[in-house]
Design a protein around this ligand. Structure first.
Ligand SMILES: [Zn+2]
Length: 398
């Protein structure tokens, strides 16, 4: 037997990776037969049995007897222990904020909205959220462990440390949100912070309209226009984490409008909520989304918005060649009305990238941002289940 430290480390790495991929499969796909895990990993049956036993002993999965009779010996079912390991999510929105506890497998255990207080400092907001978080955590199952915190912000976020560079609709500039949260919540748990549209893309890719696809563009937002681009199954972040700002793609620099970013004729100024409201005329409803549900398909009032939407989508399709473009936020409702105008613009662009393209509405609804934040917060657990769980248990015991 090779007992060199290197061989040991390699074996340990391998075991960690195998435990991670088993748990990830269960987290994304839910309960499945142990034979499916064997096929997935390419490991032999007894190794998979030993690995699932380790995960079960740690409280991350549970084995269940199969239901029904099949041909041959039925395989034991393995399920993620969704109430035993959870993440905390904080969704900072323009009109609202919400906090949630989300368990393994994407199970939303509890979610609570916070009223919006205009002009509130980040610290005040997190202090207010902390009281709600405390009451939610009190409802978590006994013996359960919080394994991370995921935070969503409608702004430009530096991935390395969660510094919010700018969130124009919140009026935040250079806010060290990660350290504010760690201080107020008095925690050393890992805190992952990202842009809300990026998180919606992660959620729709993991559990929604783009499940199973590897190349996806998500167009999302309301006041602002955000984007999340999935390339080869991974979110495209760019060097600093600022990639995917598709709302500021300049489409009409000659006679376009001034954008809040300082540029002229950004895509956002042609398709964002303000443009939609103006195109619809004098709408008294404060909630443009509920008004949009009453707008008939092909309504000519939205023809121009539809054409601009199509022009931007055609640009993105030429650059990224995605399998799907998914419309979230108000764009799910807008797209339902203007799909023909969008198709007309796509018909004028290069034909090859459009051949197998699917355009669709997002599937997850208002929970999508929190679900994406949860996916991000679960990553450390899914890459080293037992090690990360042990570290989090120490944190919660401290
Ligand atoms: Zn702009």
């Amino acid at each position: 037997m090779n007992t060199s430290p290197l061989a040991g480390a390699t074996q340990d790495e391998m075991r960690k990776r195998n435990l991670g991929s088993l748990l990830k499969h269960l987290h994304v796909n839910g309960t499945c037969p142990r034979s499916e895990l064997t096929a997935l990993t390419g490991l032999n049956r007894s190794t998979v049995g030993a690995l699932t036993a380790e995960l079960e002993e740690a409280g991350l999965v549970r084995s269940e007897q199969p239901i029904g009779r099949g041909v041959g010996r039925p395989s034991i079912m393995v399920a993620p222990a969704r109430e035993r390991a959870y993440v905390l999510t904080i969704d900072v929105g323009v009109e609202h904020a919400s906090v949630a506890l989300i368990g393994l497998g994407g199970w939303v255990q509890a979610r609570r909205e916070l009223p919006h207080v205009r002009g509130e400092t980040p610290r005040k907001l997190i202090q207010r959220a902390s009281r709600v978080i405390e009451s939610l955590v009190a409802t978590a199952a006994e013996g359960s462990v919080c394994v991370g915190i995921g935070v969503s912000v409608p702004g430009v976020v530096r991935h390395s440390d969660g510094l919010v560079r700018i969130a124009p609709n919140l009026g935040w500039i250079e806010v060290p949100l990660g350290s504010v949260i760690a201080t107020v919540l008095r925690t050393t748990l890992p805190i992952a912070i990202a842009n809300d549209a990026d998180l919606t893309a992660i959620a729709e890719h993991a559990r929604g309209a783009a499940r199973g696809m590897s190349h996806v563009v998500l167009v999302s937002g309301d006041v602002g226009v955000g984007g999340g681009i999935i390339i080869d199954g991974e979110l495209m972040t760019g060097a600093g984490g600022y990639g995917g700002e598709i709302g500021h793609m300049v489409v009409n620099p000659i006679d376009g409008r001034l954008c809040r970013c300082g540029s002229v004729g950004c895509w956002e100024t042609t398709i964002g909520e303000q443009a939609v409201r103006e195109a619809l005329g004098d709408i008294t409803e404060t909630d443009v989304r509920s008004y949009l549900t009453t707008v008939p398909h092909g309504d000519p009032r939205l023809a121009e918005v539809g054409r601009w939407l199509g022009i931007g989508v055609a640009n993105l399709v030429n650059i990224c060649n995605p399998q799907a473009v998914v419309f979230g936020g108000i764009f799910g409702d807008v797209y339902r009305v203007v799909d023909d105008y969008v198709a007309e613009q796509l018909g004028k662009s290069l034909s090859a990238p459009v051949e197998s393209l699917v355009l669709k509405q997002a599937a997850l609804g208002p929970d999508s941002v929190s679900m994406g934040a949860a996916e991000l917060a679960f990553l450390p657990l899914l890459s080293d289940p037992l090690g990360h769980l042990a570290r989090c248990r120490e944190v919660s015991a401290a």
